[in-house]
Design a protein around this ligand. Structure first.
Ligand SMILES: C[S@@+](CC[C@H](N)C(=O)[O-])C[C@H]1O[C@@H](n2cnc3c(N)ncnc32)[C@H](O)[C@@H]1O
Length: 536
């Protein structure tokens, strides 16, 4: 779910809804000619495709894009890889409703707070877009983004947020590199080179042209070859390097999968790192995703990686479909165990090749502690917890020890199986996990569990469906802890829960007590938020 190749998500909320006023930024320099103004509305302004603008980046917006505003009009322009304070020339590439996107042509004055990015791939890789921005500045930009969304989308006043102390300072991540416990690399027949290194490409290089790495941002078919990733664990990097060293050898007979011709064997390499719950030592799972089942062919790579003492599991997911996901129709264990383990808040979790687990274990400890604090469990074993979007049950299980019962709901059947298994291995008997689609609930939802004292809701990026919002507003649980990985949809849902949905005549009944932004993924645009809502 959280491979680096899908770190660049689509914008789930219509930006149209925000309008230029969402971007509370000062006016920036850019000259406008009379033709740029729409003839029917002299106040409107639309730059033309191909037009160049002189801009200053003021802040970072969704997907970590630099946000600029055009002088006199306030027209919003977004630029990938522009950083706060950077004065630059941008060329308009796309017009979208009430904003435009530009690509950077030339920097006039460098950004504030820049640092040398330690990773050689940082300028091109879609994973770490802000590695060259100091960590303090990254945190400030994330905090500002959340504040803007709370004001302009969730409709809280700046005064509310500040004087009532609702918006808490962002929780930094103490570990800024090697924090990811899962990475997914892709194989491809032709490595991608950025423009400035195109001279390195050799047409006659044969299998040397093969790529194993990360997708070039925005391209499903272009792969930047990567020998070492500063976000993944050290043992996982050793495995990656060992595979890179040999897999192109023509004598081994490996072919990378071509997403256009649908030919080729090796599709993805997924590396997951956990910890042995008894010794605390790292455990690595190597998962080869292939287009067919050929264990005799994979044996060479399986033997090579299993020679590392940290590698305790070598898996083969076979995905014969033309789709390019890493989830196979069949899964084989080529070496060792079928799962690795990880410890979180004193509990042990089994992680299979495709099960969801928080990708930054270190910061997940911090996040879950915060969720527990916000849940405010009394500890007398009397309370009922409803854990919506429970995944493999991790949040609910950490609370189960001090409440009467946890009811978890989740759409992915395998995650529910894992949640039940996780309850069992931790000796937890007061947790019930049910598979179901929370976007399709009807009036019967809620009849199978007692009224909860605490609701935990941790949806994925699209946030909560209106049916679920209505359900929660009718349920009137005393407390909701809303955990979100997308501050835009989070702000929308907070507005609904607190202020209601005017166009549907629905009244809100919650008060936002606190919102803690948490940095789970340094150098990336991602922001997690933990919000505490209490019934009015
Ligand atoms: C951000 S994850 C949270 C997982 C879990 N709470 C944790 O911390 O590990 C969101 C979860 O919501 C699940 N999900 C997505 N859409 C859903 C839906 N419509 N109904 C129920 N669950 C859904 C996903 O499968 C995923 O496990």
């Amino acid at each position: 779910m959280a491979s680096i190749s899908n770190l660049s998500h689509t914008l789930p909320l219509r930006i149209r809804k925000f309008g230029p006023s969402y971007f509370s930024l000062s006016t920036l320099s850019c000259s406008i000619s009379q033709e740029d103004v729409h003839p029917n509305n002299p106040n409107s302004y639309f730059p033309k495709r191909g037009q160049t603008l002189e801009l200053v980046c003021e802040s970072l917006a969704f997907k970590g894009k630099g946000l600029c505003k055009v002088t006199q009009t306030g027209f919003v322009v977004l630029c990938d890889r522009a950083l706060p304070g950077e004065h630059f020339i941008g060329r308009v590439t796309r017009k979208k409703g009430n904003y435009a996107e530009v690509t950077k042509v030339k920097t006039i004055t460098p950004p504030r707070d820049i640092v040398d990015a330690p990773c050689v791939y940082a300028p091109y890789c879609g994973g770490c877009k802000t590695q060259n921005l100091s960590y303090d500045a990254q945190l400030r930009a994330k905090e500002e983004q959340v504040r803007d969304l709370l004001i302009h989308v969730a409709k809280f006043s700046r005064d509310d947020l500040e004087s009532r102390g609702i918006l808490k300072p962002i929780v930094p991540c103490d570990i800024q590199f090697h924090y990811r416990n899962k990475m997914e690399f892709s194989f491809g027949p032709l490595r991608w080179f950025p423009k400035e290194s195109l001279h390195e490409r050799r047409v006659d290089a044969g299998s040397e042209n093969y790529a194993l790495g990360l997708h070039a941002p925005g391209f499903f078919d272009k792969i930047l070859n990567v020998d070492n990733c500063l976000l993944q664990s050290h043992p996982a990097n050793k495995v990656l390097a060992a595979i890179q060293e040999c897999w192109r050898d023509p004598q081994l007979g490996f072919s990378p999968y071509d997403v256009h011709s649908h030919l080729g064997f090796l599709k993805h390499l997924m590396l997951r790192t956990g910890r042995d719950s008894a010794t605390g030592l790292p455990e690595v799972m190597v998962n080869f995703v292939t287009s067919s089942y050929k264990p005799e062919l994979l044996k060479f790579l399986a033997d090579k990686v299993s020679a590392f003492p940290e590698v305790v599991s070598v898996i083969n997911n076979v995905n014969s479909s033309v789709g390019n996901t890493s989830v196979g129709e069949e899964e084989y264990t080529l070496y060792g165990k079928s799962c690795i383990t990880e410890t979180l808040r004193g509990l042990t979790f089994q992680i299979s090749a495709n099960s969801f687990f928080q990708t930054n274990t270190y910061q997940a400890e911090v996040l879950y502690k915060l969720i527990e604090d916000c849940a405010g469990v009394r500890g007398d074993g009397s309370e009922i917890v409803l854990d919506l979007f429970c995944g493999t049950g991790t949040i609910g299980l950490t609370l189960a020890r001090s409440v009467r019962h946890v009811y978890g709901y989740e759409v992915v059947p395998q995650a529910i199986t894992d949640a039940r298994l996780n309850a069992k291995i931790n000796g937890i008997e007061n947790a019930t996990f049910v598979q179901g689609d929370l976007n399709k609930i009807d009036e019967n939802f809620g009849k199978n569990f007692p009224k909860p004292d605490i609701v935990i809701s941790d949806p994925n990026r699209p946030g909560m469906h209106m049916k679920l919002i209505k359900f929660l507003l009718n349920l009137r649980a005393p407390r909701i802890v809303y955990v979100s990985c997308n501050p835009a949809t989070c702000a929308r849902d907070l507005d609904y829960l607190c202020h209601g949905v005017a166009e549907r005549n629905i009244e809100g009944c919650y008060k936002l007590v606190s919102l803690h932004p948490v940095d789970m993924f340094p150098h990336t645009p991602h922001i997690e938020c933990v919000c505490l809502l209490e019934l009015h």
